[in-house]
Design a protein around this ligand. Structure first.
Ligand code: NCD
Length: 321
């Protein structure tokens, strides 16, 4: 049986079978989400706490809706007003919440590795909603679902991931997932925004957008993550758009039926031209958002099943659960 993990911390820990299991279940949740009544009881009686230490629109809204549609009691911690501001450590906050017996904890944090650390301290299932520049597993899974539904497969595709690769957990999780599923991945962007040592890892790296996009099936654009830059990475945004921004002319180098993706939030006129982002024949940016809810429902459903199994086992072994 696939997907027997306790937590969802990164794509790194998943097998091809695990990935397929999530995507297959998510497909059924896409159907549910298009109905008038969008409810199941997969998380009935369970408590989900969302802890977002970094800003978020899509990811937090989508985890909240996903939990509610699965029947969980969902609480959004307001980290701006929590005791973190009084100097409480991440682990102390987590231990406090743990004492209230949540079943699922969804965490976004600015430090790479913080979510893994937290998962070692609590008894519930932990989902990584993005940690620093490390991983953002549900984003890569929702991107995979979007690609699979658009292209009919998630194998043997040429995917160009473009822009600020160095600061992007989205790029990292996608690179791992697409590699595991046997796709050809190219990283395209200025050398200053490429992580050190990628070329040595055998990954194709391009400084020239037109070359990098040539015959690509999927063009994935990334936001310039200025909050993670300490200056000196770029000449100017105008110059950046000129060389690396996706416009119709650069996109014409990709396959005629290539799709355009962006995890959001977008900077129109910086990494992507507004007309391309809004072109419903090329851009699947809104589909990505839709798939996000379904994928998060699938991940939380699978983790909840594992929790139940684990607790059922403990019960038969005479422990109080
Ligand atoms: C991304 C993130 O937070 O890593 N956004 C998202 O989750 N949709 C990408 C970004 O912030 O640029």
């Amino acid at each position: 049986m696939a997907f027997r993990a306790r937590h969802l911390l990164g794509i790194e820990h998943l097998t091809q079978d695990d990935i397929r299991t999530v995507l297959d279940l998510a497909d059924s949740y896409v159907d549910l989400n298009r109905r008038t009544v969008k409810k199941t009881d997969a998380l009935e009686g369970m408590t989900q706490i969302n802890m977002f230490f970094e800003n978020s629109t899509r990811t937090q809204a989508s985890f909240e809706l996903a939990g509610k549609r699965l029947g969980a009691d969902v609480m959004n911690m307001s980290m701006q007003t929590s005791s973190v501001k009084k100097g409480e450590t991440l682990i102390d906050t987590a231990m406090t919440l743990n004492a209230m017996h949540p079943d699922l904890l969804v965490v976004r944090h600015q430090n790479s590795g913080a979510v893994d650390l937290l998962a070692q301290k609590v008894e519930c299932a932990v989902l990584n909603a993005g940690d620093g520049r490390h991983e953002h597993p549900t984003q890569a899974l929702l991107d995979a679902l979007t690609i699979r539904r658009e292209k009919g497969r998630i194998q043997r595709l040429t995917v160009a991931i473009c822009g600020d690769i160095a600061h992007s957990r989205v790029a990292r999780s996608n690179l791992i997932l697409l590699g595991k599923m046997e796709n050809r991945v190219r990283l395209v962007g200025p050398p200053t925004l490429m992580p050190a040592g990628v070329a040595e890892l055998g990954i194709e790296v391009y400084d020239d957008m037109r070359e990098g996009l040539r015959d690509a099936d999927v063009v994935m654009m990334l936001r310039l993550q200025k909050e993670r830059m300490d200056g000196g990475f770029l000449p100017s945004e105008r110059e950046y758009f000129h060389r690396y921004g996706l416009d119709a002319e650069k996109l014409s180098y990709a396959k005629d039926d290539a799709i355009v993706m962006h995890p959001g939030p977008m900077n129109r006129g910086v990494e992507i031209d507004g007309t391309i982002a809004d072109d419903i024949n090329r851009s699947v940016i809104q589909e990505q958002v839709e798939m996000g809810v379904a994928v998060r429902m699938a991940c939380m459903d699978l983790l909840a099943q594992n929790l139940r199994r684990e607790r059922g086992r403990a019960l038969t072994e005479g422990q109080y659960v």
